[in-house]
Design a protein around this ligand. Sequence first.
Ligand code: MTE
Ligand code: MO
Length: 362
Amino acid sequence: TAAPPGIRKPLPPRLFAVHGTNAETRWEALRGEDYLTPDGLFFVRNHTATPLIDAAAWRLTLWGDALRGGPVAFTYRDLLGMPAETVTAFIECAGNGRRLYGEQQNQEVSGTPWRLGAVGVARWRGVPLAALLDRAGMSDRAVALMPRGLDADYVEAGENLGRVRRPLPVAKALDDVLVAYEMNGRPLPPDHGHPARLVVPGWVGAASIKWLGDVEVSAEPLESPWSTRLYRMHGPGHPPGGGPPLTRMGVKSALELPWPARLEAGREHLLRGRSWSGGGRVVRAEVSDDGGVLWRPARLLGDRHPHGWVRWTFPWTPREAGNLHLLVRASDETGAVQPGRAAYNVFGYGFDAVVRHPVLVT
Ligand code: MTE
Ligand code: MO
């Protein structure tokens, strides 16, 4: 089935300078789409406006007291000339599902009220950050990196927090972080970080800095508001000042249905959906239509990338008209299972509970 009309992003960002974008994918638009989220349906989360950067004039500078020599700048051509790697990975906002703290747990949280559409899977191609650090001469003294975007300073409630930047542990950088210049086989679109962005597989989206301009390589720990205040769990049950900086995303599932969905009674519907986890491959997805008493397994489809999602189908015949909820519960290869309730925190990060998808059976 084709996506319903009017849900693709209608105009390219060249025509508008949008000051802060929170555009989430509609899950029903993914129905009939392939494994990857098409660029035009991929959610966008910008703190300010999408900068338009000329790739030919762009430089990525590595600098800091943990380089053996001075700063090293890479051009776009330099990147294209280095050995490339490809990774299929989701990017997901830490606050994806935030709205469900209110809708489902009756808890008030602050931040962009995403439902479940602040996630997408793409095939990213670029150069491992490890290769750039190696060329720049990172010394053994390095303990922290600070990748920073070229977009404008972010001003929140009158306070200038500076350019979007978040410390990245050296171990993760050396493991699987990519400096990506392609998304789904084409140069990165402006909204997704052209000419180059980080892709930090499995971790909160905020780690995947777009419009990457420089990376500080430091012998001392580094911090920014995106690590000290934002992207930590605050509130009752969490340490004063917040828990540790958020890294890996939990397990989640979504149905490729409108919210609420309308389905006809007395005939079989082939439900489709996707489940994913920052902890590793999803190995099981189960569906319940009776509030979570009886769970039946969904059929997992082929493609399963460790940092991507798994698609599944579930044939379902609603018996009679009325309102009900469809529930999906997934587990990943580490044994993590979606809980019945997500852990409350003031900013509403990490909503990983089983979602009650409202359905009107007609
Ligand atoms: N990088 C920069 N430079 N500026 C930003 O506003 N937003 C971050 C991250 N990288 C952001 C950024 C957040 S919070 C998320 S969730 C992801 O980018 C979103 O990536 P996408 O817009 O490509 O979906
Ligand atoms: Mo985000």
